[in-house]
Design a protein around this ligand. Structure first.
Ligand SMILES: [Zn+2]
Length: 491
């Protein structure tokens, strides 16, 4: 008997414990169901929530939401032209950044002999070039730190298309010269790149693909920095603590200006550069004004074919169809072997190529603001972007030369959402496209996609509830000049 009791007592205790635990679990489950019942009954997808927000949110709130939203990558932006004007000024007058270099701008033009009429006001040069000027021209230039408040405002404005009458001519003929030697100084250009990384990361971007010509840096004596040294400088800059802290991954495309007489030689150099630095330079790009007929696509068919006999799997993102006139530039550029098309704004005029692009793998890198401000489309409302998106051409949004537009990535999404009523699924498709079609190494691309998906989940969870507008109050937003001027986002 005693033996029996000894055997049973532990069993009874065990059964009792099991039952208690079972009851507790049930009780917890009941409490959980009761607590969540209102949420379960009113459950909505984030897609539905986004439609609701679009209907009721004032523009400022929608802007705030789109600013906070995870955005994938910006895979079409130009080194130097992507940097904000205010940042150029602050960094170029900071001795910790410029390390003894000094920058002068042509703030006070005079009628000097030998003056080339092509030098726009606020062209910027470094001290070595300033020291070599004859006295009359020297008087035209003022150190950036010595500009009057009025001149400083004009200098900053001169780096942007911030007036309606400004457009293509101002952009192509003046802004590059105004950035001038600031973009050739490796310390300053590197600091501006990291400044951009920080700003884009704050907007929820995870990746940037930046188009670099050269890199063509000069030292403080005005002597060219060898390309390999330039690459090393960029590489070191990207692993510096302030760059790493942004959490943003950056890759470069070796870029060639298409209408230059020696563009074919530059393409060969670009391939060589990518082949030597595949972990940092991930593809080749052709940029420059397409309406300048000297750089037409078919001019380069031989050189690209020759490069493919020499190098394995170097992808191409080529500007094409950045034009308001009908044309076959996109088709001709696909013949060059392009994996991605920059802009493709006139693709609708070439119906055969349009059909070829449907459901295919060639992505179009769109920049709505760039095409609007350079007047390749008369108005964003008639941009072909929604047609491309909704007939199944892979597409993503990019900032291109946002320094000149005084814009950010949120502006691109805001323009797309408000003009074309983008659904949440379309926004996510655009974000995923920007990473899926990036030229980053496959493991990096997969990591970025995972991070993007995880960030999306967190974002959806944050703003799915009825308190979304309250939560938006806590989002700090840096509004762009474009948003203030063109999108009516003022408060
Ligand atoms: Zn571009």
């Amino acid at each position: 008997m005693l033996f029996w009791l000894r055997q049973q007592r532990p069993m009874t205790r065990f059964k009792s414990a099991c039952f208690t635990l079972y009851r507790r679990q049930l009780a917890w489950l009941c409490l959980l169901v009761v607590g969540l019942l209102p949420r379960i009954l009113s459950a909505r997808t984030f897609s539905q929530q986004f439609e609701r927000i679009k209907q009721v949110a004032p523009r400022e709130q929608l802007y705030r939401l789109l600013y906070a939203m995870p955005k994938g990558g910006d895979i079409h932006q130009h080194f130097n032209l992507a940097n904000l004007a205010e940042s150029w000024f602050l960094l170029a007058t900071d001795p910790k950044v410029t390390r003894n270099n000094v920058f002068y701008t042509r703030a006070r033009p005079r009628d000097c002999p030998n003056l080339t009429a092509l030098t726009p006001r606020f062209t910027t040069i470094q001290k070595s070039a300033y020291d070599a000027l004859p006295p009359c021209q020297k008087d035209e230039y003022v150190a950036l730190s010595a500009l009057t408040a009025e001149e400083r405002a004009l200098f900053i404005s001169g780096l942007k298309l911030d007036r309606d009458e400004e457009g293509r001519q101002e952009f192509f003929d003046a802004i590059g010269a105004r950035i001038g030697d600031m973009g050739r100084d490796p310390n300053l250009a590197g600091a501006a790149l990291v400044d951009n990384m920080r700003r884009f990361a704050a907007e929820g971007l995870r990746y940037m693909e930046v188009f670099v010509v050269g890199p063509r840096f000069i030292d403080i004596y005005g002597q060219p920095v060898p390309i390999e040294r330039g690459v090393q400088i960029l590489r070191e800059r990207l692993v510096s603590p302030d760059a790493v802290a942004t959490g943003l991954t950056v890759r470069f495309l070796a870029t060639v200006v298409r209408h230059h007489p020696d563009a074919e030689i530059e393409i060969e150099r670009a391939y060589d550069l990518v082949s030597k630095h595949r972990d940092l330079f991930v593809g080749v790009n052709l940029a420059g004004r397409e309406e300048d007929g000297r750089g037409h696509a078919l001019r380069f068919i031989d050189v690209f074919r020759r490069m493919r006999t020499r190098y394995s799997a170097i992808p191409l993102s080529l500007h094409a169809g950045e034009s308001e006139a009908p044309g076959t530039q996109v088709r001709d550029t696909l013949l060059l072997g392009a994996n991605r098309i920059g802009h493709g704004a006139n693709l609708l005029s070439d119906t055969g190529t349009l059909l070829l692009m449907r459901g295919n793998r060639y992505l179009i890198e769109t920049s709505l603001l760039s095409n609007q401000l350079l007047k390749y489309v008369p108005d964003i409302k008639v941009h072909p972007f929604p047609e491309f998106l909704r007939i199944g051409i892979p597409i993503c949004l990019n900032t291109d030369d946002r320094g000149a537009w005084d814009s950010n990535m949120t502006d691109e999404f805001f323009a797309a959402v408000t003009n074309f009523n983008l659904s949440w699924e379309e926004i996510v498709t655009i974000g995923r496209n920007s990473l899926n079609h990036s030229f980053a190494e496959p493991p990096v691309r997969e990591r970025l996609l995972k991070e993007y998906d995880a960030a999306l989940k967190r974002f959806e969870l944050q703003f799915i509830g009825d308190d979304w507008s309250e939560k938006l109050r806590h989002v700090s937003v840096i509004k762009s000049g474009y948003a203030r001027r063109k999108l009516g986002i003022t408060d």
